[in-house]
Design a protein around this ligand. Structure first.
Ligand SMILES: Cc1ncc(C[n+]2csc(CCOP(=O)(O)OP(=O)(O)O)c2C)c(N)n1
Ligand code: SF4
Ligand SMILES: [Mg+2]
Length: 344
């Protein structure tokens, strides 16, 4: 984010007149609503906000936000967003990408915006499929996914977006899902973070990958399968009857039972958002034997890219007068004499 704006708006101020072209029932609608509800609460200024996306169903997002927006080219939103932030550091930038856009064609670009720590919020809508191009498997699709491009089932091991982000040097990693009532809290925490804030948002593509996240996202039994992380709070789930502990011999996480609410006796870990080692374990924690880790997994700010660039520019130009004509006329120059002929 940039400096807080404290502008008074309502949800309506963030809604465009564009016809929303997602399939009825798509999880993208819920994410859009969550963002449109959250920005007024943060006091954001639509005139200083910009949504920048790549290509995909998810990347249609900027059309639906009444802000500046840029629907760029496939996988290249990080490059455009970096340029926008350097040109105008006052802009509050939200980058929107998908699992295909951000991790296939744009994997390299995403890595660099994270490692450079350019100040923006990055929302990766993970539906584990290419939605826009009619359901081919993506880098996050599970092994064995049958799709038009993998008719016999996929062979490759899926990428984990949160692990990718942390491994690329991200200083903020959050997770949520489309219809979760906690998603706005994750968005707010990401916005409060100075630097590249990465949020993986599980999103239901009801046409090509329906309900793949139901195991943890469906309301029934959700409590047992979701671990909502809060800084300074014990890692408890299943109505506080279970928790996560660190086995000090194997140096790995384990699920423990908590009796009579005594989580300390059970050795349950207290979440520390600045602990990078635990963050690495949380992003790798396999769903199934463990609950799905959601909320703010890691948040430890670090100096941002644009601050360094701007300070450097100021130092380099100190005491100097900008003179474009002089710059253009300096160094190796030549005059075109106008005698060149067009080839016949
Ligand atoms: C250079 C280029 N290659 C391929 C495509 C085709 N293409 C468009 S969107 C897309 C995948 C989008 O998947 P994802 O980012 O997961 O978005 P979703 O539609 O699932 O939200 C592909 C391969 C393209 N538009 N441009
Ligand atoms: S294809 Fe899937 S991701 Fe795309 S709009 Fe339809 S439901 Fe949403
Ligand atoms: Mg996708």
């Amino acid at each position: 984010m940039n400096a807080p704006a404290n502008i008074e708006t309502t949800l309506k101020d963030w809604v465009t007149d564009q016809e929303v072209r997602w399939c009825p029932g798509c999880g993208d609608y819920a994410i859009l609503k969550a963002v449109q509800r959250t920005l007024p609460e943060l006091g954001c200024d639509p005139a200083k906000t910009v949504f920048i996306s790549g290509i995909g169903c998810s990347s249609r997002f900027p059309y639906y936000m009444e802000t500046y927006g840029f629907h760029t080219i496939h996988g290249r939103a990080p490059a455009v967003a970096t340029g926008a932030k350097l040109a105008n550091p006052e802009l509050d930038i939200w980058l929107v990408t998908g699992d295909g856009d951000g991790l296939s064609i744009g994997g390299n670009h995403l890595m660099h915006v994270l490692r450079r720590n350019v100040n923006m919020q990055i929302m990766l809508f993970n539906n584990e499929i290419y939605g826009l191009t009619k359901g081919q498997y993506s880098p996050t699709s599970r092994e064995g996914t049958r799709s038009p491009s993998t008719p016999l089932g996929s062979y490759d091991h899926p990428a984990r977006p949160a692990a990718f982000a942390l491994g690329s040097g991200a200083r903020f990693v959050g997770r949520g899902f489309d219809v979760s009532k906690h998603l706005p809290d994750v968005l707010k925490a990401a916005h409060a973070h100075q630097g590249a804030a990465f949020i993986e948002i599980f999103q239901n593509c009801i046409v090509y990958n329906k309900d793949v996240f139901d195991d943890f996202a469906a309301p029934k039994g959700a409590e047992d399968r979701q671990l909502w992380l809060e800084d300074g709070k014990p890692m408890l789930f299943a109505g506080d009857t279970k928790g996560i502990t660190l086995n000090r011999e194997t140096l790995s996480l384990e699920v423990v039972d908590v009796t009579d609410g005594d989580w300390e006796a059970a050795g349950v870990i207290v979440h520390d958002v600045k602990n990078r080692s635990i963050a690495h374990m949380l992003v790798e924690m396999p769903f199934g034997p463990f609950p799905m880790a959601l909320g703010v997994l890691y948040d430890d700010p670090h100096p941002t890219f644009e601050t360094a660039v701007i300070e450097d520019r100021a130092r380099a130009s100190e005491g100097k007068q900008a003179d474009l004509a002089k710059l253009l006329g300096s160094g190796q120059t030549w005059t075109v004499d106008g005698t060149a002929q067009d080839p016949q």
